[in-house]
Design a protein around this ligand. Structure first.
Ligand SMILES: Nc1ncnc2c1ncn2[C@@H]1O[C@H](COP(=O)(O)OP(=O)(O)OP(=O)(O)O)[C@@H](O)[C@H]1O
Length: 727
């Protein structure tokens, strides 16, 4: 319904002028009684109307060129009339206010006062009269007033919806609306600029000394509060510039716990250094995987968006020449994997020749980085750093991981009763103290260990599904069909396992819109990144991965992690599971435990201080039957497709070899090969087609209609327990 417009005032610079009628005026014709007694009709010339929602800003005066602008007599009369009206209004308002105050003091509710409070527009006045201020603005601004200074306007009148946003003073008070006049008026009409969203209170970050450019980015990212690890690390890292050893659960924001101090400290360094100083490499962040390095670049760039700090990614699988070009731009921070970084050092890439003088060093996933036998290059790099003692003394080092404080080398046999973990100091913790010497940490480093004995994220739901090797695929698909229906990461211990699962489930999952993607170290880097992008783009995607994806990857909304094979090391279990339940969101992890996995599973429980096994996944036997039916068909398709692929590649190889050695194949041989190339005529090809048709039919049948009475609630029947004798 259109809003009725309230006329606030009419200002005229003209005068009243008689309206002439072409014929004598007739009361009857004009509408009868309403016009009785009418003598003449006059119209007001040259006026402007002010509506409640559109007040008059200023009367426009149009001076004639070369003339002094003198107000006409008519104009002066109009001004006078306007002033008289204003005075009269003020008087009425003042009386009403006095009445309101009197009634407020006496505890009575005065209806007149209520009207005043609900129509603050009527309190509007020219700026020259500050003694009458809109109630709402006063109430909003009201601070406790000492008894003796209480004045007439301190009336506790609640705001009404009508008042909301109807007064520009009120909006000025909020302090977060553009103070442009036009804008204010627009917002007044719409009511407090709802589109702007709630202002974000960043005071928690401010208390940690985070500077404005970083605050601005955090505000945009809607990160209103620091996480516990950030809260604990930032003061020591920013104010005291201490070395930091940080351990906290997966997905708890460790990246920003080092990224913010580094950005902030670099900004401060730049501000205090002579402007003419040549750019130099200030910080180095080393991570175990390329994907993680690329992700850290993104995080640092996002939070450093409003700073002048620059970054560069240096990882394997990228053209070295391109990296050389990027390094020539003299970035402030290099984020690298150890192998490629060391290659650059050996090749004497000019910008990295000043590497030892870096002020900030981060070793992310540090426990993995210093593991014996891994990252030999890192040891070499650390030796280069250690050689310059003066630079080392000035350097601030950050060492982070979710499993930094975990004792992972517990023997597989002989389950011990979990012991209460004693509090650790930096030097007491074996794994951590090892880092001191390897990474050249200074004494007095701040140890922030927020990791819990149970190791995994608090918001993670952990379960297990015992199975035989034969049933593993069925139960795996059962999970994908029933519970793990969102974005899922499936971890395997070997590349062979990843490849096999991809083969078996490729067609089946693709048909249900969940094309499985693979990620392992044996792939081209470009394909790795592409698959990760595709995984992030599909909310139902399934990623079949090796442990290259287990650490650090922060993919939003991963609903489920399935350990198709139990990891052989407990810290890997923590990291794999940590790809879900990130940033305190809920997520699930299931261990598929076949008999060969049992010892590793035991080890995990022991290391993570669990006194009982993970709870079991409940399995609905009827649903499992459908899973079996589909998986069996999928396996057949895989066998035939595999044979086809093999044949086709053999033929191609044969033809190519024949071509290269100028062998002339006779017609018959060529024909035979072409038939076998599988263009729909070969036996396997036909078989594959018919199997796929069968699969389509199977998938087209809604599960519910095939199971009368099935309610999609899983009855408490545990097929696995019963069938496999784990009950
Ligand atoms: N203060 C914050 N408020 C809200 N979200 C945050 C905050 N800090 C970080 N995050 C988000 O939380 C997620 C996890 O952060 P991050 O990747 O740094 O975790 P992590 O502790 O390094 O995990 P992992 O141990 O697996 O490497 C990211 O998406 C990050 O953007």
């Amino acid at each position: 319904m259109p809003k009725r417009k309230h006329i606030q005032e009419i200002i005229s610079s003209g005068g009243w002028k008689q309206v002439a009628f072409p014929k004598p005026f007739s009361v009857e014709e004009a509408g009868g009684e309403a016009f009785e007694g009418l003598i003449e009709i006059e119209e007001l010339t040259d006026y402007e109307i002010g509506y409640a929602d559109q007040p008059i800003k200023k009367l426009k005066e149009k001076p004639v060129d070369g003339e002094d602008v003198q107000p006409s007599k008519k104009k002066l009369r109009a001004e006078k009339r306007k002033e008289e009206r204003r005075d009269a209004k003020k008087l009425v308002k003042a009386k009403k206010l006095s009445a309101a105050v009197a009634s407020a003091n006496s505890g009575e509710v005065d209806s007149t006062a209520a009207i005043v409070s609900t129509h603050p527009k009527k309190l509007k006045k020219p700026p020259a009269e500050p003694e009458i201020r809109p109630l709402k603005s006063i109430l909003k601004k009201a601070k406790p007033i000492p008894a003796e200074s209480e004045d007439l306007l301190d009336i506790p009148v609640p705001a009404t919806p009508d008042e909301e946003g109807s007064d520009s003073d009120w909006e000025d008070d909020t302090g977060d609306i553009d103070d442009d006049e036009e804008g204010l008026n627009e917002i007044t009409d719409e009511g407090m600029g709802e589109d702007e969203g709630e202002p974000i209170d960043m005071s928690k970050w401010e208390q940690l000394n985070v500077s404005e450019p970083i605050l601005k980015a955090l505000r945009e990212m809607k990160f209103a509060t620091p996480t516990a690890i950030q809260e604990s690390c930032l003061p020591a890292a920013i104010r005291s510039r201490k070395d930091i050893i940080g351990a906290a659960e997966t997905g708890s924001g460790k990246t920003l716990a080092f990224a913010i101090p580094i950005l902030q400290n670099i900004m401060e360094d730049k501000a205090t250094e002579p402007a003419e100083r040549e750019p130099y490499l200030r910080a180095l962040i080393i991570t175990p995987t390329r994907e993680l390095a690329a992700q850290i670049v993104k995080h640092v760039t996002a939070v450093g968006k409003y700073t002048d700090v620059t970054t560069c990614l240096v990882v394997g699988g990228m053209f070295k020449e391109k990296q050389d070009r990027l390094l020539k731009k003299q970035p402030d921070i290099v984020i690298a994997t150890p192998g490629r970084l060391y290659e650059h050092i050996q090749n004497q890439t000019p910008y990295l020749q000043t590497l030892t003088s870096i002020r900030y060093l981060v070793i992310d996933e540090a426990d993995r980085m210093v593991e014996a036998g891994h990252f030999k290059e890192l040891t070499n790099i650390m030796e280069i750093f250690a050689a310059d003692a003066r630079a080392a003394a000035k350097r601030q080092t950050f060492v982070f991981s979710a499993t930094l404080a975990m004792e992972v080398d517990t023997a597989i046999t002989g389950r011990k009763k979990p012991m209460k973990r004693p509090a650790k100091t930096a030097e007491e913790t074996d794994r951590i103290s090892g880092l001191y010497s390897v990474l050249g940490l200074k004494t007095g480093a701040k140890l922030v260990d927020l990791s819990k004995p149970e190791g995994t994220a608090g918001s993670l739901v952990e379960r297990r599904l015992p199975c035989t090797l034969k049933d593993k695929d069925y139960l795996f698909y059962y999970l994908l069909m029933t519970e793990a229906t969102g974005r899922v990461i499936v971890f395997c211990n070997s590349l062979d396992c990843v490849r096999r699962l991809h083969g078996v489930f490729s067609y089946l999952l693709t048909e249900t819109g969940r094309t499985p993607l693979v990620l392992h170290a044996g792939m081209h880097q470009k394909q790795r990144l592409k698959n990760l992008e595709r995984f992030q783009a599909n909310p139902k995607a399934v990623l079949l991965a090796s442990d290259v994806a287990s650490r650090g990857l922060d993919i939003p909304d991963v609903q489920f992690v399935i350990h198709y094979q139990v990891p052989r090391k407990p810290d890997l279990y923590v990291h794999r599971s940590g790809r879900t339940a990130r940033a305190f969101k809920v997520g699930s992890s299931v261990l598929l435990v076949d008999p060969s996995d049992a010892p590793a599973s035991e080890k995990i429980l022991r290391c993570l201080h669990r006194d009982r096994d993970f709870p079991l996944v409940e399995v609905d036997s009827r649903m499992l039957r459908f899973a079996k039916e589909r998986v069996d068909l999928a396996r057949q398709i895989d066998v035939v497709e595999h044979a086809l692929r093999k044949e086709s590649s053999q033929d191609e190889w044969y033809l190519k070899a024949a071509e290269e050695s100028d062998l002339v194949l006779d017609k018959q041989e060529r024909k035979k090969l072409e038939i076998q190339k599988g263009d729909g005529r070969s036996r396997q090809s036909k078989q594959a087609k018919s199997l796929k048709r069968a699969m389509k039919q199977l998938l087209a049948q809604p599960l519910r209609s095939r199971m009368p009475g099935f309610s999609h609630q899983y009855p408490a029947l545990n097929f696995a327990k019963q069938k496999l004798g784990f009950a």
